[in-house]
Write a new protein. Sequence first.
Length: 396
Amino acid sequence: MTLPQEAAAARQETDEEFRARLREFFADHHPGRPPRDPRDRISWTKAWLATLFDHGYAGPSWPKEFGGMELSFARQVIYHEELERARVPGPLGTGLGIAAPTIIKFGTPEQKARWLAPMLRCDKVWAQGYSEPGAGSDLPSLRTTARRDGDEYVVRGQKVWTTHAMHADVFFALVRTGTAGSRHKGITYLIIDAHAPGVEVRPLRDLTGSRNFAEVFFDDVRVPVIDRVGAENEGWPLVRTSLGHERAAGSMNQAARYRRVVTELVELARERGLLRDPLVRDRLVDLEIRVRIMRYNAQRVISTILANGEPGATSSVSRLLITSFEQDLHEFAVDMLGPVGLLGKTAPQSVQRSRWLVGFLRTRASTIGAGTREIQLNTIAEQVLDLPRDPGMPPR
Ligand SMILES: Cc1cc2nc3c(=O)[nH]c(=O)nc-3n(C[C@H](O)[C@H](O)[C@H](O)COP(=O)(O)OP(=O)(O)OC[C@H]3O[C@@H](n4cnc5c(N)ncnc54)[C@H](O)[C@@H]3O)c2cc1C
């Protein structure tokens, strides 16, 4: 079957024609409003992601050989703008932005063939098992062990804060195969079947009351050696690659989303007669300037990945910008609304089903996940500004 983009490439489509084709596709196949029930929402999201893949509209930055679109820089920007404009669900799980670039760089041809397309189509949901109680910023201190037993590893230990673990099919995890004190020299990157005997997932509630992450326990879970990515004890370079991509992941999509959100906030201020207030105007102008800077920075991230294959330290700049911005935006929105801004979504006078309050609570964690604010600042200090190294930082 010839996919629409292949036909379009054959006749040298312009950027504007590409934008129009995407817009039409998203309108024609739009999945509608999300179901209220969380389990139904997962199936609904999966069905949408499969539709995107089957029509050749998944993975804007992915190589074509793994089912992606392999778009140029300008087209990736257009893709994210149109995706956001259409208000369709984003990826499920953390595999696409973090595990996939790592597997593309370090996986064997068999591993790429086995894992990448099903991940992109969302036949399998992937979740990241790096952090442990006692190993977050300092990942080299992780203690989950993997003991070799013939053609298998036997994994024992605990992960925590694993986003999407409750509906994951696969964990991409870091385990210790070296001695207890081997730090980053004894870490191995394993792909673990989330449904294997011995895996237990215990959901955790966050500030908003949702259950988006979990603790994951491995009690002698058997993992085939062929599911190891890279060599034994040599997982650290894979961690560096995947952390860079984690911080860069979604930067363009988030910049496009917040472009829309800032416009909606201005509209809310107008509706409530607050646009004449000079303090409100001042804060809105500040957010407008920052959302534009975020867009340029996201473009810088994409062009760095296209040029070097890795986002490098620009990913920390991007992460810092986005996380500080989304915290400030929601804090301002709640402030601007006054007491009604604090009402829960079931209260009759709540504003826009409490979206600003939920956003305020949700984004408290933004400057922790994917590396805390302090870790991003340290990375920028060392790798961009060439300042002296902090001995507390993990090795590069
Ligand atoms: C919403 C959310 C989703 C997450 N999802 C995942 C996931 O899917 N998978 C996963 O593996 N993990 C996930 N995490 C975990 C996240 O990566 C860790 O919380 C993070 O790396 C910080 O680790 P920690 O919580 O152990 O805090 P710690 O590392 O103990 O840090 C505590 C404090 O000390 C500071 N600090 C630590 N070291 C330094 C230093 N060298 N210099 C200056 N200050 C320092 C930190 O900035 C922080 O303020 C998630 C976290 C959140 C909040």
